[in-house]
Design a protein around this ligand. Structure first.
Ligand code: SAM
Length: 363
């Protein structure tokens, strides 16, 4: 059965449109046909999009420096490890800094990606394979550093639209045999809704209802440590800005972005930007402290990413490194769209990555 048929069946079985979160969950994570479960190349130039660790090893090397400040003999846990390259970068640099963790755990939903991650590690840094362990669930009594790069943006979201003083959920229905948006009848209510009622008619946005439970599970599974969430996103004020009236939903296929989740189903990525104020609120409710929020650019600069350029003597390699740093830190590239947030439990260290700029008060 094709993924389209499976989704159609769930709409028919529901006797009603399904929520966009249900659609997105099937499109990305259906156990057989979901985008992240398929064998297609997802990451990098031959895939659909490029993430920061795919752009440059310096991304992971810089994160390793930040880890070395707070590891304190603990372990690392990475969520959604993509191709596995970030794990390689972090462990390589931590080895150089003589600060290797005993374990580098990975929680990855996709069996295909687990295999790809194993292959990447075996190919580039086989000596660290024994240190890496894939987990099926949150560990207990975890101590150390948790990292999630571009994971929250891949969580299934609700889509809502404003009309005559209320937000309504936009479900997914089958109309003339095709998937399409269908506004539900009852106003959509959630504590995550924007407070203002001054939205223009038709203003559309997304609400991530799954992030709070996930953040709470992080808190519960941790004895002490720091969580680094790196993703494209913004504060609540920017997220619900009147100019962002079509929301933040984006799809990626073959390095082309669109806002049509109903094409290339199971073959394209679907994402929504992260509302970091909402993440901070959930984190504080769980018991975390927000120990930093800044742009990717200032995070990497604070960690001294330019020193990798200064230390390189080979001209050709320097030119390549300079190009990669530009891609990671320039505002028009990945520098400002991406943010880094740190959450800490029983740890009160002034984190190096937020030394130059900490925007926590804007959340
Ligand atoms: C956009 S990719 C990012 C991959 C990688 N972190 C990188 O930066 O290249 C999103 C990843 O998050 C994973 N993911 C989504 N929800 C997850 C969850 N609840 N737990 C663990 N991984 C998850 C997906 O399987 C996928 O590997």
């Amino acid at each position: 059965m094709k993924l389209e048929n499976i989704i159609s069946k769930s709409i028919k079985d529901n006797n009603n449109p399904i929520g966009f979160d249900v659609f997105m969950n099937l499109a990305l994570y259906h156990h057989k046909f979901g985008y992240y479960r398929s064998n297609k190349t997802i990451f990098g130039h031959k895939g659909d999009f490029i993430t920061s660790p795919e752009v440059s090893d310096l991304f992971g090397f810089s994160i390793a420096r930040q880890c070395s400040q707070v590891l304190n003999g603990g372990d690392i846990l990475e969520f959604g490890a993509g191709s596995g390259i970030l794990a390689v970068q972090i462990l390589f640099e931590l080895g150089k800094l003589e600060c290797l963790p005993k374990k580098y755990y990975i929680i990855e939903l996709s069996a295909q990606l687990r295999n790809i991650q194993k292959d990447t590690i075996k190919k580039i840094l086989p000596e660290i394979l024994d240190c890496v362990e894939w987990l099926n669930e949150f560990p207990k009594d975890f101590k150390g550093v948790i990292i999630a790069n571009e994971v929250l943006d891949a969580f299934p979201v609700k889509r809502i639209s404003f009309s005559k003083g209320h937000f309504y959920e936009l479900g997914v229905d089958l109309i003339d045999g095709k998937f399409n948006w269908k506004r539900l009848h009852e106003p959509f209510l959630s504590s995550k809704m924007p407070a203002s009622k001054n939205f223009q008619e038709g203003y559309t946005t997304e609400i991530n209802l799954q992030s709070s439970a996930w953040i709470n599970s992080l808190y519960e599974s941790m004895n002490e440590g720091t969580v680094f969430l790196i993703d494209y996103g913004m504060t609540s004020v920017e997220f619900f800005h009147p100019q962002r009236h079509q929301g933040t939903l984006k799809c990626f296929y073959n390095h082309k972005s669109s806002n049509d989740p109903f094409s290339y189903i199971g073959k394209q990525d679907i994402t929504a930007s992260v509302n970091f104020s909402d993440v901070a609120e959930s984190a504080i409710e769980s018991g975390f402290e927000i120990s930093g929020f800044t742009t990717q650019s200032m995070f990497l600069i604070s960690l001294g990413i330019e020193s990798f350029l200064k230390n390189e003597e080979n001209d050709k390699k320097r030119a390549k490194i300079a190009q990669e740093i530009k891609q990671l830190v320039l505002p028009g590239a990945m520098g400002e769209v991406f943010k880094v947030m740190a959450l800490s439990k029983k740890q009160s260290v002034k984190l190096d990555g937020f030394r130059e700029l900490d925007l926590t008060s804007r959340l």
